[in-house]
Write a protein of this length. Structure first.
Length: 436
């Protein structure tokens, strides 16, 4: 363990306070906290500890309740999260128990002072003594065993039945690193050989024309030609949007929820199209610019609400429209374990209403014969096939396109990939043609 290991534990406790008490997103919280950390190893450790706690929060929170006499409140609340980090480490067993206790006590001392360092020592040693009995008391439910809020387990169970356990377990796995090779610049096999020469093992995957999956996760800076735009990071499921769009040179394409621009970039790699990349969030829109700059592409970047085209549309119809809709992101929980705690049941209703408004507003911007692709990284049917079916019922000139050879399973209408299937994130796609 590096030095006394206190700093990564302290930072993890601060980040977890922000996520679990204040509803902040983990990545946005961690970025400034990790910046001053010199060692890449400490940054990786801090992130891993946060992920570990978020994946086991119900059990850790319950254990702390049993081990600490009075709830830790106010300034001492941070200690609650520090204890969660230490209990997670004791449970996962990567480090010897004495090293975990030592690091936690050192972190508690600098975070909250000597008295609470003593409390930390006592609580963790008490856990060590009563471990079996305390763990046996935890409720034997999926929410506790797999670390999810009860409402989300119920929602997934209602939609996915006997696949629920596998879905929840897949959400606790770390995803492999998927690359998208810019085949305008280099053949996939040639890039795989470049990786091999750099000592990086990668495999191509059937059904994902531009993708390579690395055998081990590595720092992006080690990828040959990344800065020159030969390759990007993008999950396999997200790479399917470009296939569903059936792109051809010269088309006018709208990427309606485009930031940070992963799918916009892929669209431009696939064909010389005239792309409008729209997003409601001006700050996120800037990130599309830097994504496209690295790859040497240009697009018309527009800040606007996809549900109100009057404020930004020039009146010319599009040949292709991609709606990568704002959604619950329940399909990417393995990548963002904070999502399960940040989403609330009431958010789903709002998201479904926004998706419906965007679909209805953009349909008339598609030229007859054109294709609209609706995508979410959600698992919930209300955002996916139920949303798509209702859309098709509202629009008599919309026909679902059957894509039986695409990865995933038929969702009637559209196709669903469940998290972990084909090593992918969970994703849903509907492609619909506007009949003349
Ligand atoms: C799933 S993300 C898109 C990811 C992006 N397509 C990519 O591949 O990098 C959804 C995006 O929709 C945007 N958004 C949400 N509501 C919107 C609206 N009413 N109009 C346009 N964009 C919206 C969000 O700001 C967010 O950037």
């Amino acid at each position: 363990m590096a030095s006394d290991g206190a700093l990564p534990r302290q930072l993890a406790a601060r980040a977890l306070t922000a996520v679990l008490d204040n509803g902040r997103a983990l990545d946005a919280t961690l970025a400034p906290l990790l910046e001053p950390l010199g060692e890449a190893r400490d940054r990786a450790l801090t992130r891993r500890l946060c992920h570990g706690v978020l994946r086991d929060w119900p059990a850790l929170d319950r254990l702390i309740g049993r081990l600490v006499e009075k709830p830790l409140k106010g300034r001492n609340r941070r200690l609650h999260f520090l204890l969660a980090v230490a209990l997670h480490e004791l449970r996962d067993g990567r480090e010897p128990d004495h090293a975990v206790v030592h690091a936690a006590v050192a972190a508690a001392r600098s975070l909250c002072g000597s008295r609470l360092a003593g409390l930390t020592n006592g609580v963790l040693r008490n856990f060590g003594r009563r471990r079996e009995a305390l763990l046996a008391e935890l409720p034997d439910t999926a929410a506790f065993r797999l670390g999810y809020p009860g409402w989300l387990v119920e929602a997934i169970e209602a939609d996915r039945g006997d696949k629920t356990q596998a879905i929840l377990a897949a959400g606790n796995q770390s995803p492999p690193l998927w690359l998208r090779v810019n085949r305008r610049r280099i053949a996939r096999e040639t890039y795989r050989e470049q990786l091999a020469q750099a000592g990086i093992e990668a495999r191509a995957v059937d059904g994902f024309a531009d993708a390579l999956v690395l055998a081990e996760r590595i720092a992006v800076s080690r990828l040959p030609g990344f800065d020159q735009g030969l390759v990007s990071i993008q999950d396999g499921a997200a790479q399917l949007a470009a296939d569903y769009l059936e792109l051809e040179a010269g088309q006018r394409v709208l990427d309606a929820c485009a930031a940070p621009g992963g799918k916009s970039a892929h669209i431009l790699e696939r064909a010389e199209v005239e792309l409008t990349a729209l997003d409601i969030d001006g700050e996120r829109l800037v990130r599309i610019g830097s994504t496209l700059d690295r790859l040497g592409f240009e697009a018309r970047l527009v800040e606007g609400d996809a549900a109100s085209p009057d404020s930004w549309w020039d009146g010319r119809h599009f040949d292709r429209i991609l709606i990568d809709a704002p959604c619950s992101a329940t399909g990417v929980i393995r990548r963002h374990p904070d999502i399960r705690w940040l989403r609330r049941p009431e958010d789903i209703e709002h998201l479904v209403a926004t998706q419906r408004e965007i679909l209805d507003a953009l349909w008339s911007l598609l030229r007859p014969g054109g294709i609209l692709v609706y995508a979410t990284c959600s698992l919930l049917r209300v955002e996916n096939d139920e949303q798509a079916r209702a859309f098709l019922e509202r629009h008599a000139d919309a026909r679902a396109i059957d894509n039986p050879d695409m990865p995933g399973r038929p969702a009637r209408p559209g196709r669903q990939i469940l998290p972990g299937e084909r090593d992918c994130d969970g994703f849903y796609y509907l492609a619909a043609r506007r009949v003349p």
